[in-house]
Ligand binder design. Sequence first.
Ligand SMILES: *[C@@H]1O[C@H](CO)[C@@H](O)[C@H](O)[C@H]1NC(C)=O
Ligand SMILES: *[C@@H]1O[C@H](CO)[C@@H](O)[C@H](O)[C@H]1NC(C)=O
Ligand SMILES: *[C@@H]1O[C@H](CO)[C@@H](O)[C@H](O)[C@H]1NC(C)=O
Ligand SMILES: *[C@@H]1O[C@H](CO)[C@@H](O)[C@H](O)[C@H]1NC(C)=O
Ligand SMILES: *[C@@H]1O[C@H](CO)[C@@H](O)[C@H](O)[C@H]1NC(C)=O
Ligand SMILES: *[C@@H]1O[C@H](CO)[C@@H](O)[C@H](O)[C@H]1NC(C)=O
Ligand SMILES: *[C@@H]1O[C@H](CO)[C@@H](O)[C@H](O)[C@H]1NC(C)=O
Ligand SMILES: *[C@@H]1O[C@H](CO)[C@@H](O)[C@H](O)[C@H]1NC(C)=O
Ligand SMILES: *[C@@H]1O[C@H](CO)[C@@H](O)[C@H](O)[C@H]1NC(C)=O
Ligand SMILES: *[C@@H]1O[C@H](CO)[C@@H](O)[C@H](O)[C@H]1NC(C)=O
Ligand SMILES: *[C@@H]1O[C@H](CO)[C@@H](O)[C@H](O)[C@H]1NC(C)=O
Ligand SMILES: *[C@@H]1O[C@H](CO)[C@@H](O)[C@H](O)[C@H]1NC(C)=O
Ligand SMILES: [Cu+2]
Length: 560
Amino acid sequence: MIFARLLFISCFWLVAAAETHTWWFETGWVDANPDGEFPRKMVGFNGTWPLPTLRVKNGDRVEIYLINGLEDKNTSLHVHGIFQQGTNQMDGPQMVTQCPIPPGETFLYNFTIQDQVGCFWYHSHTPGQYGDGLRGVFIVEDDDFPYEYDQEVVLSIGDHYHNYSDELTAHFLSSANPSGSEPIPSNFLFNETRNVTWNVEPNTTYLLRIFNTGRFVSQYLWIEDHEFTVVEVDGIYVEKNTTDLLYITVGQRYSVLVTTKDCASRNYAFMNVADDTMLDTVPEDLVLNGTNYVVYNEKLPLPDQDRRDSLDDFLDDFYLTPLSQEKLLDDADYTITLDFQMAQLANGITYSFFNNISYTTPKVPPLLTALSAGNLSTNDLVYGTNTNSFVLQGGDVIDIVLNNMDGGPHPFHLHGHAFQLIERGPAGDEEPIKFNSSDHAEWPEYPLVRDTVYVNPMSYIVMRFKADNPGVWFFHCHIEWHLDQGLAMVLIEDPVAIQNNPSQQINDNHKQICEKGGIPWKGNAAGNDVNFLDLSGQNVQFGSFPNELRRVFAFARNVD
Ligand SMILES: *[C@@H]1O[C@H](CO)[C@@H](O)[C@H](O)[C@H]1NC(C)=O
Ligand SMILES: *[C@@H]1O[C@H](CO)[C@@H](O)[C@H](O)[C@H]1NC(C)=O
Ligand SMILES: *[C@@H]1O[C@H](CO)[C@@H](O)[C@H](O)[C@H]1NC(C)=O
Ligand SMILES: *[C@@H]1O[C@H](CO)[C@@H](O)[C@H](O)[C@H]1NC(C)=O
Ligand SMILES: *[C@@H]1O[C@H](CO)[C@@H](O)[C@H](O)[C@H]1NC(C)=O
Ligand SMILES: *[C@@H]1O[C@H](CO)[C@@H](O)[C@H](O)[C@H]1NC(C)=O
Ligand SMILES: *[C@@H]1O[C@H](CO)[C@@H](O)[C@H](O)[C@H]1NC(C)=O
Ligand SMILES: *[C@@H]1O[C@H](CO)[C@@H](O)[C@H](O)[C@H]1NC(C)=O
Ligand SMILES: *[C@@H]1O[C@H](CO)[C@@H](O)[C@H](O)[C@H]1NC(C)=O
Ligand SMILES: *[C@@H]1O[C@H](CO)[C@@H](O)[C@H](O)[C@H]1NC(C)=O
Ligand SMILES: *[C@@H]1O[C@H](CO)[C@@H](O)[C@H](O)[C@H]1NC(C)=O
Ligand SMILES: *[C@@H]1O[C@H](CO)[C@@H](O)[C@H](O)[C@H]1NC(C)=O
Ligand SMILES: [Cu+2]
């Protein structure tokens, strides 16, 4: 009943008051000192960093003109969680749905919000760049918000490095780092800074919109002697669930209600604590526990950090139920099984693999291959043999089974969809626990739906969605280091429908940025637009997967 009412109102809204929001943003380096300990430059817009919070409503049109003001770097922009129905080329991942925007060029991201509300965020999808600063909050407001609150407050959390991405990546992906150890952050941020003071009114219910816009580490979040009532995850309303501890991976969002105390007799600690099991080494001087303050009365002292006996009792998102009461989808028509592990190739560099293949950037973005391949667009081969590309049939129910054979947790994100999380295995030990389709738990009747989920160490997740959004959708670990190592695949969803939709055709602005960057806007993964089945010259990983698995490095984490 509630759902029907919401639908009615949002449809009414679409015709009644859809607005167009036009923003011009020029990327460039900005002097900053996010953690208060080390001045460095961050990538900002128009000379400002942090970046603005963008607010729109369901049904609105968004036009973002992104001017690349960086002298020697490409750029791109992805609005994380927005489905981009019919506007796949506006999705943002460079060399997947678009050519990168070269220095001095402008690209218009032009799309509408179709039946989505809640917390999203935008970030560069050019390797390493959002870690250098190009990230911000994107909110789709809802005039018919299903829960009561008095005030809304935004909170982003994340991680921060004193070094620039390019230098970190060069070292990370080199034979000088044979163990594939990810760079250790310099600090953890709370609202793009640290030691934050949040002034509150007593006896007030806040809607706190929380975004982990970091590039690596999950964080625990809690407020001393207060509770969080979760009402939304990743743009999906859920039935209320109250907890005093959240665990948020990079890429995830939570809207929670926080009701303050009746009396303003003291102030409280608001903790953001890094998940140190994700770090290969923990330097002695690294501050894992961030202390911020919920201030009822500025004249009263600020508290010390709040300590907990255990961080294990965080809300398990698996048990949240969408308010829409969307049922478990029918059994899958098509199942993609991905065995993920990390290992070294013969060049001494450690990569990430799905089924022994480390995603290697093709010479033509797969969306542009799909648009130019004619009736071969349904043949996986044209997208290359080193991209983990899967062609999906429109309307099919798809299961993605992901077996994590690595000793760390990983947050996986799918573009173009929110999916049902139908099973998540418990953390494994020495031997990975793999999903067994003939011996699995009973699936929930109303599974959690979101766009970014974590898989436990040495264990698995099973995700289900309906292929009802024709487009080329990236699926990858949201840990930027792991994406750089090739932890990605590409779903080519109903390519014939992409070709047949006038609004999906490559536009002139897009052709122009491809040409400026010297990237063909048609052809197969090797750039061959004459014989789409000839992949000679395609990019491939360095040699084949080693016979002897060097999982020892993966096991090295979490041992102490
Ligand atoms: C940002 O700069 C561009 C030109 O570089 C300008 O057109 C635009 O109005 C500026 N945007 C804002 C929000 O100031
Ligand atoms: C936060 O506190 C730490 C330690 O007290 C200090 O070094 C740092 O500069 C502060 N950062 C900010 C942004 O206030
Ligand atoms: C930008 O993209 C172009 C085209 O892919 C590429 O040739 C160039 O090396 C890129 N520039 C940088 C700094 O990565
Ligand atoms: C954005 O796309 C819509 C729909 O295709 C079009 O009508 C509109 O003119 C576009 N905006 C700009 C500034 O090109
Ligand atoms: C980080 O920056 C410092 C100081 O500029 C430099 O000495 C160090 O080599 C850099 N680390 C990496 C991995 O690039
Ligand atoms: C975080 O920053 C935003 C934007 O400046 C601000 O509106 C909000 O109140 C801050 N949140 C907290 C919890 O301090
Ligand atoms: C708190 O707010 C509620 C509703 O606004 C009101 O009924 C109640 O008296 C308030 N309590 C205090 C201690 O102010
Ligand atoms: C960080 O927080 C955890 C959980 O409250 C606590 O056990 C630990 O002692 C804290 N570490 C430091 C260095 O304060
Ligand atoms: C709340 O979460 C707990 C587990 O964390 C779960 O057992 C319970 O069913 C959830 N309730 C609702 C209404 O989502
Ligand atoms: C595919 O397209 C080519 C050229 O457009 C045509 O010759 C061929 O018959 C088509 N094949 C099928 C199976 O439709
Ligand atoms: C999967 O489960 C079935 C049924 O319990 C069992 O017979 C089979 O051995 C299991 N497969 C594996 C690989 O463990
Ligand atoms: C991956 O490589 C291993 C070791 O060479 C091999 O045993 C396995 O069959 C390969 N898996 C796939 C999916 O190719
Ligand atoms: Cu990962």
